[in-house]
Design a protein around this ligand. Structure first.
Ligand SMILES: NC(=O)c1ccc[n+]([C@@H]2O[C@H](COP(=O)([O-])OP(=O)(O)OC[C@H]3O[C@@H](n4cnc5c(N)ncnc54)[C@H](OP(=O)(O)O)[C@@H]3O)[C@@H](O)[C@H]2O)c1
Length: 373
């Protein structure tokens, strides 16, 4: 009889340079994991390539699904379908979610169908929505006493150029769509989306841990500057014309690093995603930079400001329509409607995680400058 699968790993941007290598690394290291790669265009050459590469590793439980992060309904449809499949035991519970997909654009793009800047929606709002929408499908940890599931957000040193209020500050106001942005502004926009992703997901993590019984660890992994060992030829899209390697960081953050082979970063992410972690270890918020662990608030400073973290969480909940209310024009402000929604939102998170409830502690979240390892 075949050994049963022990979990599912979902990778967004699974046909991208890094995402495809993460899929291959997980296939090599975790033969009992069902690999579910998410892509935007099922018919693309890069999808065929990642599929071939994973299958060459050996017989694996592997599939590819379509999700467009520019559309909340696409994200929710996928998440609901996945939850149903986990309930029906069609696939094992989700052990790992890697939010790897991202976009960079130096064009003032039209808004998405949901009314947001596509860079903000793809890089921040949709990964947040995907993670919350999948909560019920995450692997519980009742029996093992270890954290059942990991959500890893692929970060980027360019977040040092970001601002928390960038997408609230009316940066596009009065300007025509499709105009070209200068490098500085494009970088600030991208960096802001990455900063917000990271901070908002740590805020979600705190909320899950403080509401108790949530066996999922959420962290950011900055892969460093990675080489384009192209899984696919560079695609020139309307939002990234004539600029190859568009996700390469232009500036280094915190420390000088050389360019890593993409496989090095992919292997490090695969190792981190499956490293067993005791429930007690949830006390520390971790930020990974190319395989080294740091206490997250020493990298993402806003983590020291709990009030602002709450505001950001509420803002993301409202923007992704999980919470109701009208988004405000300042990330620092909390509208009365958002405040009144807080209870409802927390109830929603609790409801999403009901099935996962198991014994965890409710750790304190004291910021600490030290490197964790
Ligand atoms: N490259 C670097 O040096 C570097 C450094 C630090 C961090 N990173 C981070 O690493 C991650 C992967 O970067 P990469 O270099 O591998 O870039 P990449 O090859 O361009 O991959 C990006 C992936 O995201 C997908 N994507 C973009 N918009 C999407 C949408 N709306 N819906 C669904 N999928 C979408 C792309 O799919 P399509 O092909 O359909 O657009 C592609 O699969 C990113 O989070 C990036 O910020 C990269």
């Amino acid at each position: 009889m075949a050994t049963p699968l022990v979990g599912t790993a979902i990778i967004t941007g699974g046909d991208g340079n890094l995402g495809s290598e993460i899929a291959v690394a997980i296939a090599r290291k975790q033969p009992l994991i069902h690999i579910l790669v998410l892509v935007r265009d099922l018919s693309s050459l890069s999808v065929r390539q990642v599929s071939q590469k994973v299958r060459m590793v050996g017989p694996r439980s592997f599939e590819i699904a379509r999700v467009d992060l520019n559309s909340f309904s696409s994200v929710i449809t996928f998440a609901e379908h996945t939850i149903r499949r986990v309930r029906d035991r069609d696939i094992p519970p989700v052990a790992v979610l890697v939010n790897c997909a991202a976009t960079y654009s130096h064009i003032l793009d039209p808004k998405t169908v949901d009314g947001y800047d596509p860079v903000y929606q793809t890089n921040c709002l949709s990964p947040f929505l995907l993670t919350i929408s999948l909560l019920e499908s995450f692997r519980a940890s009742k029996r093992t006493g270890t954290v059942g599931a990991h959500a890893i957000n692929v970060g980027c040193s360019n977040m040092s150029h970001g601002r928390l209020d960038f997408f609230q500050a009316g940066w596009e106001a009065g300007r025509k769509e499709d105009i070209e942005l200068d490098d500085k502004e494009a970088l600030q926009r991208y960096g802001s989306s990455k900063l917000l992703l990271s901070a908002t997901m740590y805020a979600l993590r705190r909320s899950l841990v403080s509401s108790g019984n949530i066996p999922i660890n959420i962290s950011t992994f900055d892969p460093g500057s990675i080489s384009s060992k192209a899984n696919r030829p560079h695609k020139s899209t309307s939002s990234s014309p004539e600029r190859p390697n568009f996700l390469n960081p232009l500036h280094r953050f915190r420390q000088k690093r050389s360019i890593n082979a993409v496989t090095v970063s992919a292997n490090a992410i695969a190792d981190t995603a499956f490293r067993p972690m005791s429930m007690r270890a949830l006390e520390i918020e971790r930020y990974h930079i190319v395989g080294k662990e740091y206490e997250a608030s020493s990298v993402v400073n806003v983590l020291r400001d709990q009030k602002q973290m709450n505001n950001m969480l509420n803002m993301a909940l409202v923007h992704t329509r999980i919470g109701t209310g009208t988004p405000t024009n300042s990330s620092a402000a909390t509208s009365p409607s958002m405040r009144s929604n807080e209870t409802m939102v927390n109830a929603r998170i609790r409801a999403e995680t009901r099935r996962n409830s198991s014994a965890t502690t409710s750790p304190s979240m004291r910021p600490d400058e030290r490197r964790v390892k």
